[in-house]
Write a protein that binds this ligand. Structure first.
Ligand SMILES: *Cc1c(COP(=O)(O)O)cnc(C)c1O
Length: 358
Protein backbone atom coordinates (compact mmCIF):
# COMPACT_ATOMS: atom_id res chain seq x y z
CA UNK A 1 0.00 0.00 0.00
CA UNK A 2 1.04 3.56 -0.81
CA UNK A 3 2.24 5.47 2.30
CA UNK A 4 2.28 9.11 1.15
CA UNK A 5 0.08 11.21 3.46
CA UNK A 6 -2.28 12.92 3.29
CA UNK A 7 -3.57 11.36 0.10
CA UNK A 8 -6.74 10.53 -1.75
CA UNK A 9 -6.98 7.02 -3.18
CA UNK A 10 -8.98 7.25 -6.40
CA UNK A 11 -10.68 4.02 -7.48
CA UNK A 12 -10.93 4.47 -11.25
CA UNK A 13 -12.74 1.20 -11.78
CA UNK A 14 -15.53 2.19 -9.37
CA UNK A 15 -15.93 5.55 -11.12
CA UNK A 16 -16.09 3.76 -14.50
CA UNK A 17 -18.74 1.45 -13.06
CA UNK A 18 -20.82 4.34 -11.63
CA UNK A 19 -20.71 6.16 -14.97
CA UNK A 20 -21.80 3.01 -16.80
CA UNK A 21 -24.76 2.41 -14.45
CA UNK A 22 -26.05 5.98 -14.79
CA UNK A 23 -25.45 6.21 -18.56
CA UNK A 24 -27.40 2.94 -19.02
CA UNK A 25 -30.41 3.96 -16.97
CA UNK A 26 -30.54 7.37 -18.68
CA UNK A 27 -30.33 5.72 -22.13
CA UNK A 28 -33.57 3.85 -21.38
CA UNK A 29 -35.27 7.25 -21.36
CA UNK A 30 -33.38 8.57 -24.41
CA UNK A 31 -31.25 10.82 -22.24
CA UNK A 32 -27.52 11.35 -22.70
CA UNK A 33 -25.22 11.97 -19.75
CA UNK A 34 -22.67 14.76 -19.80
CA UNK A 35 -19.94 13.96 -17.27
CA UNK A 36 -19.11 16.87 -14.95
CA UNK A 37 -15.46 16.85 -13.91
CA UNK A 38 -15.04 20.03 -11.85
CA UNK A 39 -15.03 18.38 -8.40
CA UNK A 40 -11.80 16.56 -9.35
CA UNK A 41 -10.21 19.44 -11.32
CA UNK A 42 -10.73 17.60 -14.61
CA UNK A 43 -7.90 15.10 -14.03
CA UNK A 44 -7.61 13.18 -17.33
CA UNK A 45 -7.18 9.75 -15.65
CA UNK A 46 -10.62 10.13 -14.07
CA UNK A 47 -12.15 11.67 -17.18
CA UNK A 48 -10.94 8.59 -19.07
CA UNK A 49 -12.84 6.31 -16.65
CA UNK A 50 -16.04 8.31 -17.26
CA UNK A 51 -15.53 8.28 -21.04
CA UNK A 52 -15.09 4.51 -20.89
CA UNK A 53 -18.34 4.42 -18.91
CA UNK A 54 -20.14 6.01 -21.85
CA UNK A 55 -20.62 9.72 -21.11
CA UNK A 56 -21.61 11.73 -24.19
CA UNK A 57 -19.50 14.83 -23.52
CA UNK A 58 -17.22 16.31 -20.87
CA UNK A 59 -18.18 19.38 -18.83
CA UNK A 60 -16.32 21.58 -16.39
CA UNK A 61 -16.85 25.03 -14.92
CA UNK A 62 -13.19 26.07 -15.23
CA UNK A 63 -11.29 26.76 -18.43
CA UNK A 64 -8.01 25.59 -16.83
CA UNK A 65 -9.59 22.15 -16.41
CA UNK A 66 -11.07 22.10 -19.93
CA UNK A 67 -7.69 23.01 -21.36
CA UNK A 68 -6.11 20.04 -19.59
CA UNK A 69 -8.92 17.81 -20.88
CA UNK A 70 -8.54 19.11 -24.47
CA UNK A 71 -4.80 18.56 -24.33
CA UNK A 72 -5.36 14.95 -23.22
CA UNK A 73 -7.10 14.46 -26.58
CA UNK A 74 -10.49 12.89 -25.75
CA UNK A 75 -12.73 12.46 -28.80
CA UNK A 76 -15.67 14.12 -27.03
CA UNK A 77 -17.04 17.65 -27.07
CA UNK A 78 -16.12 19.78 -24.07
CA UNK A 79 -18.73 21.98 -22.41
CA UNK A 80 -18.10 25.04 -20.22
CA UNK A 81 -20.63 25.00 -17.37
CA UNK A 82 -20.09 28.45 -15.90
CA UNK A 83 -21.24 31.32 -18.09
CA UNK A 84 -18.19 32.53 -20.02
CA UNK A 85 -16.60 35.83 -18.98
CA UNK A 86 -16.19 38.24 -21.89
CA UNK A 87 -12.53 38.61 -20.91
CA UNK A 88 -12.12 34.84 -21.44
CA UNK A 89 -13.88 34.62 -24.81
CA UNK A 90 -10.66 33.55 -26.55
CA UNK A 91 -9.95 30.64 -24.15
CA UNK A 92 -13.62 29.68 -24.14
CA UNK A 93 -13.69 29.21 -27.91
CA UNK A 94 -10.31 27.50 -27.79
CA UNK A 95 -11.03 24.90 -25.06
CA UNK A 96 -14.84 24.55 -25.01
CA UNK A 97 -16.79 23.24 -27.98
CA UNK A 98 -20.03 24.23 -26.23
CA UNK A 99 -20.82 26.82 -23.56
CA UNK A 100 -23.87 27.73 -21.49
CA UNK A 101 -25.01 31.29 -22.11
CA UNK A 102 -27.55 33.88 -21.01
CA UNK A 103 -25.99 37.19 -22.11
CA UNK A 104 -26.13 38.64 -25.62
CA UNK A 105 -22.91 40.66 -25.20
CA UNK A 106 -21.00 37.54 -24.19
CA UNK A 107 -22.24 35.54 -27.18
CA UNK A 108 -21.26 38.48 -29.40
CA UNK A 109 -17.71 38.25 -28.01
CA UNK A 110 -17.70 34.45 -28.52
CA UNK A 111 -18.93 34.93 -32.08
CA UNK A 112 -16.13 37.38 -32.79
CA UNK A 113 -13.53 34.96 -31.37
CA UNK A 114 -15.02 31.99 -33.23
CA UNK A 115 -14.59 33.92 -36.49
CA UNK A 116 -10.97 34.74 -35.58
CA UNK A 117 -10.26 31.08 -34.71
CA UNK A 118 -12.23 29.85 -37.73
CA UNK A 119 -14.42 27.60 -35.57
CA UNK A 120 -18.11 27.12 -34.95
CA UNK A 121 -18.85 27.61 -31.25
CA UNK A 122 -21.96 25.86 -29.97
CA UNK A 123 -24.14 27.36 -27.28
CA UNK A 124 -26.89 26.20 -24.95
CA UNK A 125 -29.22 28.98 -23.83
CA UNK A 126 -29.88 28.78 -20.12
CA UNK A 127 -33.39 29.50 -18.86
CA UNK A 128 -34.19 30.72 -15.34
CA UNK A 129 -36.56 28.16 -13.82
CA UNK A 130 -36.65 29.37 -10.22
CA UNK A 131 -33.28 28.44 -8.72
CA UNK A 132 -32.16 32.05 -9.37
CA UNK A 133 -28.65 31.44 -10.58
CA UNK A 134 -27.99 31.83 -14.33
CA UNK A 135 -30.62 31.97 -17.04
CA UNK A 136 -32.80 34.11 -19.33
CA UNK A 137 -36.38 34.55 -18.09
CA UNK A 138 -38.63 31.99 -19.87
CA UNK A 139 -40.70 34.70 -21.58
CA UNK A 140 -37.51 36.27 -22.97
CA UNK A 141 -36.17 33.10 -24.62
CA UNK A 142 -37.69 33.70 -28.12
CA UNK A 143 -36.33 37.24 -28.40
CA UNK A 144 -32.92 36.03 -27.15
CA UNK A 145 -32.81 33.31 -29.81
CA UNK A 146 -33.81 35.89 -32.43
CA UNK A 147 -30.74 37.97 -31.57
CA UNK A 148 -28.23 35.13 -31.18
CA UNK A 149 -29.28 33.15 -34.24
CA UNK A 150 -27.81 35.76 -36.60
CA UNK A 151 -24.38 35.83 -34.98
CA UNK A 152 -21.62 34.40 -37.21
CA UNK A 153 -19.95 31.10 -36.22
CA UNK A 154 -22.41 30.58 -33.36
CA UNK A 155 -24.66 27.52 -33.41
CA UNK A 156 -27.53 27.29 -30.92
CA UNK A 157 -27.61 23.58 -30.05
CA UNK A 158 -29.87 23.57 -27.03
CA UNK A 159 -31.69 25.11 -24.13
CA UNK A 160 -31.52 24.09 -20.54
CA UNK A 161 -31.88 25.00 -16.91
CA UNK A 162 -30.03 24.52 -13.73
CA UNK A 163 -31.57 23.42 -10.43
CA UNK A 164 -30.64 22.77 -6.79
CA UNK A 165 -27.58 25.02 -6.91
CA UNK A 166 -28.35 28.41 -5.41
CA UNK A 167 -32.01 28.29 -4.46
CA UNK A 168 -32.23 24.55 -3.80
CA UNK A 169 -35.13 24.42 -6.28
CA UNK A 170 -35.92 20.86 -7.35
CA UNK A 171 -36.27 19.83 -11.06
CA UNK A 172 -39.87 18.68 -10.67
CA UNK A 173 -41.58 17.18 -13.74
CA UNK A 174 -43.65 20.37 -14.26
CA UNK A 175 -40.49 22.52 -14.43
CA UNK A 176 -38.81 20.08 -16.83
CA UNK A 177 -41.95 19.94 -18.99
CA UNK A 178 -41.88 23.72 -19.27
CA UNK A 179 -38.34 23.49 -20.74
CA UNK A 180 -39.42 20.80 -23.21
CA UNK A 181 -42.34 23.04 -24.21
CA UNK A 182 -40.05 26.03 -24.69
CA UNK A 183 -37.70 23.90 -26.83
CA UNK A 184 -40.69 22.97 -29.02
CA UNK A 185 -41.67 26.62 -29.43
CA UNK A 186 -38.12 27.56 -30.43
CA UNK A 187 -37.88 24.68 -32.92
CA UNK A 188 -41.16 25.72 -34.57
CA UNK A 189 -40.48 29.42 -34.62
CA UNK A 190 -36.85 29.34 -35.80
CA UNK A 191 -36.47 25.98 -37.53
CA UNK A 192 -33.65 24.99 -35.21
CA UNK A 193 -32.96 21.33 -34.48
CA UNK A 194 -32.06 21.99 -30.82
CA UNK A 195 -30.78 18.48 -30.03
CA UNK A 196 -29.80 19.31 -26.44
CA UNK A 197 -32.62 19.90 -23.97
CA UNK A 198 -30.77 20.04 -20.70
CA UNK A 199 -32.66 19.16 -17.52
CA UNK A 200 -30.06 19.86 -14.87
CA UNK A 201 -27.69 17.94 -12.63
CA UNK A 202 -27.62 15.06 -10.12
CA UNK A 203 -30.76 16.40 -8.43
CA UNK A 204 -32.70 15.12 -11.48
CA UNK A 205 -31.50 11.53 -10.98
CA UNK A 206 -34.17 10.62 -8.45
CA UNK A 207 -36.83 11.68 -10.98
CA UNK A 208 -34.94 9.84 -13.73
CA UNK A 209 -34.97 6.54 -11.82
CA UNK A 210 -38.66 6.98 -11.00
CA UNK A 211 -39.35 7.50 -14.72
CA UNK A 212 -40.62 11.01 -14.05
CA UNK A 213 -38.32 12.99 -16.33
CA UNK A 214 -40.60 14.06 -19.17
CA UNK A 215 -40.05 12.91 -22.77
CA UNK A 216 -38.06 15.52 -24.63
CA UNK A 217 -35.36 16.10 -22.01
CA UNK A 218 -32.28 14.80 -23.83
CA UNK A 219 -29.41 15.60 -21.50
CA UNK A 220 -28.45 15.63 -17.83
CA UNK A 221 -25.07 16.91 -16.64
CA UNK A 222 -23.94 14.67 -13.81
CA UNK A 223 -21.10 15.28 -11.38
CA UNK A 224 -21.82 13.92 -7.89
CA UNK A 225 -24.05 11.09 -9.14
CA UNK A 226 -21.13 9.48 -10.98
CA UNK A 227 -18.30 10.58 -8.74
CA UNK A 228 -19.88 9.64 -5.39
CA UNK A 229 -22.82 7.46 -6.45
CA UNK A 230 -25.46 9.71 -4.88
CA UNK A 231 -28.52 11.59 -6.06
CA UNK A 232 -28.67 15.04 -4.53
CA UNK A 233 -32.31 15.51 -3.50
CA UNK A 234 -32.05 13.24 -0.43
CA UNK A 235 -28.33 12.38 -0.87
CA UNK A 236 -29.17 8.69 -0.99
CA UNK A 237 -26.80 6.15 -2.59
CA UNK A 238 -27.81 5.21 -6.15
CA UNK A 239 -28.61 1.52 -6.41
CA UNK A 240 -25.78 -0.49 -7.94
CA UNK A 241 -23.14 2.25 -7.57
CA UNK A 242 -20.13 2.74 -5.29
CA UNK A 243 -19.80 5.57 -2.75
CA UNK A 244 -16.20 4.71 -1.72
CA UNK A 245 -14.76 5.89 -5.02
CA UNK A 246 -12.43 8.38 -3.31
CA UNK A 247 -10.88 7.58 0.09
CA UNK A 248 -8.91 10.03 2.21
CA UNK A 249 -5.93 8.79 4.19
CA UNK A 250 -4.21 10.92 6.86
CA UNK A 251 -1.50 10.01 9.35
CA UNK A 252 -1.43 10.16 13.15
CA UNK A 253 1.31 12.57 14.31
CA UNK A 254 0.39 12.59 18.02
CA UNK A 255 -1.55 10.14 20.17
CA UNK A 256 -2.04 10.98 23.86
CA UNK A 257 -4.55 10.82 26.68
CA UNK A 258 -5.60 14.38 27.56
CA UNK A 259 -8.63 16.34 28.76
CA UNK A 260 -11.56 16.91 26.42
CA UNK A 261 -12.07 20.53 27.55
CA UNK A 262 -9.28 23.09 27.11
CA UNK A 263 -7.67 24.41 30.27
CA UNK A 264 -7.41 28.21 30.66
CA UNK A 265 -9.20 31.41 29.70
CA UNK A 266 -10.96 30.77 26.37
CA UNK A 267 -10.91 33.44 23.64
CA UNK A 268 -11.07 33.15 19.85
CA UNK A 269 -9.76 30.10 17.99
CA UNK A 270 -7.64 30.26 14.81
CA UNK A 271 -10.69 31.23 12.74
CA UNK A 272 -12.06 33.98 15.03
CA UNK A 273 -14.79 31.83 16.60
CA UNK A 274 -15.26 31.27 20.32
CA UNK A 275 -15.05 27.48 20.56
CA UNK A 276 -17.45 25.37 22.64
CA UNK A 277 -16.45 21.94 23.99
CA UNK A 278 -18.28 18.85 25.13
CA UNK A 279 -16.85 17.43 28.36
CA UNK A 280 -16.03 13.79 27.64
CA UNK A 281 -13.64 13.49 30.60
CA UNK A 282 -10.11 12.33 29.81
CA UNK A 283 -9.91 10.87 26.31
CA UNK A 284 -7.41 9.31 23.92
CA UNK A 285 -6.72 12.05 21.38
CA UNK A 286 -5.15 11.57 17.97
CA UNK A 287 -3.84 14.40 15.81
CA UNK A 288 -3.83 13.82 12.04
CA UNK A 289 -1.61 15.81 9.68
CA UNK A 290 -4.39 17.42 7.67
CA UNK A 291 -6.54 20.49 8.33
CA UNK A 292 -9.16 22.92 7.16
CA UNK A 293 -6.82 24.18 4.46
CA UNK A 294 -7.12 20.78 2.76
CA UNK A 295 -10.51 19.43 3.68
CA UNK A 296 -14.02 20.31 4.80
CA UNK A 297 -14.05 18.36 8.09
CA UNK A 298 -17.84 18.43 8.48
CA UNK A 299 -17.98 16.36 5.31
CA UNK A 300 -15.79 13.32 6.01
CA UNK A 301 -16.75 10.02 7.64
CA UNK A 302 -14.22 7.72 9.35
CA UNK A 303 -14.25 4.24 7.77
CA UNK A 304 -13.74 2.49 11.12
CA UNK A 305 -15.72 2.53 14.35
CA UNK A 306 -14.53 4.23 17.54
CA UNK A 307 -13.16 7.30 15.77
CA UNK A 308 -14.92 10.65 16.43
CA UNK A 309 -13.94 13.92 14.81
CA UNK A 310 -13.51 16.64 17.47
CA UNK A 311 -12.46 19.56 15.29
CA UNK A 312 -9.60 21.02 13.31
CA UNK A 313 -7.33 23.98 12.80
CA UNK A 314 -5.75 24.86 9.45
CA UNK A 315 -3.25 22.00 9.53
CA UNK A 316 -4.37 19.64 12.33
CA UNK A 317 -7.38 17.35 12.58
CA UNK A 318 -8.27 16.24 16.13
CA UNK A 319 -9.89 12.89 16.84
CA UNK A 320 -11.25 11.13 19.92
CA UNK A 321 -10.12 7.51 19.49
CA UNK A 322 -10.94 6.37 23.03
CA UNK A 323 -13.47 3.83 21.78
CA UNK A 324 -11.31 2.43 18.97
CA UNK A 325 -10.60 -1.32 19.19
CA UNK A 326 -7.54 -0.91 17.00
CA UNK A 327 -4.12 -0.79 18.67
CA UNK A 328 -3.42 2.65 17.19
CA UNK A 329 0.12 4.05 17.05
CA UNK A 330 1.76 7.24 15.88
CA UNK A 331 2.39 6.79 12.14
CA UNK A 332 -0.82 4.83 11.51
CA UNK A 333 -3.23 5.94 8.81
CA UNK A 334 -6.90 6.74 9.39
CA UNK A 335 -9.24 6.49 6.39
CA UNK A 336 -12.37 8.45 5.54
CA UNK A 337 -15.08 8.43 2.90
CA UNK A 338 -16.02 11.82 1.52
CA UNK A 339 -18.90 14.15 0.82
CA UNK A 340 -18.88 16.48 -2.18
CA UNK A 341 -17.55 19.54 -0.33
CA UNK A 342 -14.68 17.59 1.22
CA UNK A 343 -13.78 15.98 -2.09
CA UNK A 344 -13.78 19.37 -3.84
CA UNK A 345 -11.34 20.85 -1.34
CA UNK A 346 -9.06 17.78 -1.21
CA UNK A 347 -8.78 17.51 -4.98
CA UNK A 348 -8.04 21.24 -5.23
CA UNK A 349 -5.37 21.20 -2.49
CA UNK A 350 -1.81 20.94 -3.74
CA UNK A 351 -0.85 19.48 -0.35
CA UNK A 352 -2.86 16.29 -0.86
CA UNK A 353 -1.36 13.47 -2.95
CA UNK A 354 -3.66 11.99 -5.61
CA UNK A 355 -3.18 8.23 -5.88
CA UNK A 356 -4.83 6.56 -8.88
CA UNK A 357 -5.84 2.94 -8.40
CA UNK A 358 -6.54 1.09 -11.67
C1 LIG B 1 -21.67 21.57 -11.21
C2 LIG B 1 -22.69 21.57 -12.25
C3 LIG B 1 -23.35 20.38 -12.57
C4 LIG B 1 -23.09 19.07 -11.86
O1 LIG B 1 -23.77 19.05 -10.63
P1 LIG B 1 -23.91 17.69 -9.78
O2 LIG B 1 -24.93 18.01 -8.75
O3 LIG B 1 -22.58 17.41 -9.20
O4 LIG B 1 -24.36 16.63 -10.71
C5 LIG B 1 -24.28 20.42 -13.59
N1 LIG B 1 -24.58 21.57 -14.23
C6 LIG B 1 -23.98 22.73 -13.94
C7 LIG B 1 -24.36 23.97 -14.68
C8 LIG B 1 -23.01 22.78 -12.93
O5 LIG B 1 -22.42 23.95 -12.65
Amino acid sequence: MMRVNPRVDIYLDKIFHNAKVIVKSAAKHNIEITGVTKVYTGLPQIVAAEVKGGIARIADSRLENLRQIKEAGFAKDTLLLRLPAISQAEETVCYADISLNSEEDTVKALSHEAVVQNKVHKIIIMVEMGDLREGVLPEDVPQTVEKLITMPNIEIVGIGANFSCYGGVVPTPDKLSRIVELAGEIRNKFGLELPIVHGGNSSALKFLFEGQVPQGITNLSIGEGIVLGRETIDRQPIEGTYQDTFVLSAEIIELKVKDSVPNGVISQDAFGNIPVFEDRGRIKRAILAIGRQDVDIENIIPMESGVDILGASSDHLLLDVTKSNRDLKVGDEIHFTLGYGALLKLMTSKYVYKNFIE
